[in-house]
Design a protein. Structure first.
Length: 323
């Protein structure tokens, strides 16, 4: 297959690009390198372009034609929730505007297969095991841009026969190789490692939730499992039109306290975490229902929490050694 990967120089997109290349698919990456790094995907052709910019539609169409692309994986986006609260219009421009340009370019070039990086953020304050049939009510502009993106894709599917799947990732972690880790400290894993490295105790926000150990529960999925899900979904898209949303998680929750224990053990630290008051807007438990993707593609997550934490720790050391 011949695949264009937007955001392929980023954390998750690089894992998917390398898996595609490894199995012999032709890959071309479109990325503005704003948060990505060309070094992650040194042997893959890369076109540097801002997908939200004026030339994007034309560059997309031209790249799709030149590389005779069959399908697109669209990872490129801004992903910081707090930043999206401060800069909502910019988030819509970057995430929704870029997607609109991409779809225009795909329509121009007649490319009709798309896998889109959505997010569990579309579910907002959902609690418990979340299914694709539950209400999607995002609670911040980042989540809104993902839901609007899904709707735009669904409309394009009705209008001109696009076949697309939006993948709603839960909490992605780990690395497939030490040099491919996530360089942004935006979730519990790098935040705890940063505190341990600074000699500070990890923080728990609330230990009085209705969960077994009182701390919040989330669904952590290994980035290699996420990348493999993309390939499974891409392969199953070959003859379908229309739009579908699928969760990407393990279906199993890990509490903040369990996660901090695993991270501290990887880091060889026995610092006791400090419990602070709850933060507003943190649901007690959010875990993916993953029956749909398994039924439709056969995919399910294979890697354990130990794999996630161990590979995240190794990649952190790799990035420190490089700096
Ligand atoms: N990491 C997670 O836990 C997580 C969870 C849910 C959803 N997602 C989604 O997955 C996708 C990939 O996330 P990631 O963690 O790899 O992030 P990342 O920041 O590492 O990768 C994003 C890539 O897109 C590129 N990019 C951003 N804006 C662009 C633009 N306007 N034009 C061209 N390139 C642009 C960046 O340079 C980067 O290489 C994003 O859409 C994100 O919203 C991530």
């Amino acid at each position: 297959m011949r695949v264009m990967v937007t955001g392929g120089a980023g954390y998750i997109g690089a894992h998917a690009s390398l898996l595609l290349a490894e199995r012999g698919d032709h890959v071309v990456i479109l990325d503005d390198l704003s948060t990505g790094s060309a070094a992650r995907v040194a042997n893959v052709p890369l076109v540097q372009v801002d997908l939200a910019g004026d030339s994007a539609r034309q560059v997309v169409a031209q790249t799709l034609r030149e590389h005779k692309v069959d399908a697109v994986m669209h990872f490129a986006a801004r992903k910081q929730v707090m930043e999206s609260v401060r800069l909502p219009a910019w988030y819509y421009q970057q995430n929704v505007g870029a997607l609109a340009n991409l779809l225009l370019g795909m329509e121009d070039a007649g490319v009709k297969r798309l896998v889109f990086s959505s997010s569990a953020a579309v579910y907002g304050d959902a609690n418990g095991a979340v299914s694709e049939r539950d209400d999607a009510r995002p609670v911040n502009p980042y989540g809104e841009t993902k839901l609007v993106g899904e709707r735009l894709i669904a409309s394009a599917a009705s209008a001109w026969g696009l076949g697309a799947v939006s993948l709603r990732y839960f909490n992605v972690g780990g690395a497939g190789r030490p040099d491919l880790g996530d360089s942004a400290a935006l979730n519990l894993i790098p935040i705890v490692f940063d505190r341990l490295a600074a000699g500070d105790p990890p923080l728990i926000f609330g230990d009085d939730y209705p969960t077994p150990d009182g701390t919040c529960i989330r669904d952590y999925v290994h980035v290699m499992d996420v990348a493999e899900a993309h390939l499974a979904v891409l392969d199953s898209l070959t003859s379908s039109t229309g739009h579908l949303s699928l969760n990407i998680g393990t279906g199993t929750g890990t509490s903040v306290r369990e996660m901090i224990r695993a991270l501290s053990s990887a880091a060889g630290s026995d610092v006791i975490p400090v419990v602070n008051a709850r933060r507003s807007g943190d649901p007690a438990s959010v875990v993916a229902a993953v029956d749909d993707i398994h039924r439709l593609t056969g995919w399910s997550a294979k890697r354990s929490l130990t794999d996630i934490v161990g590979s995240a720790w190794e990649s952190r050391h790799n990035s420190i050694a490089l700096n």
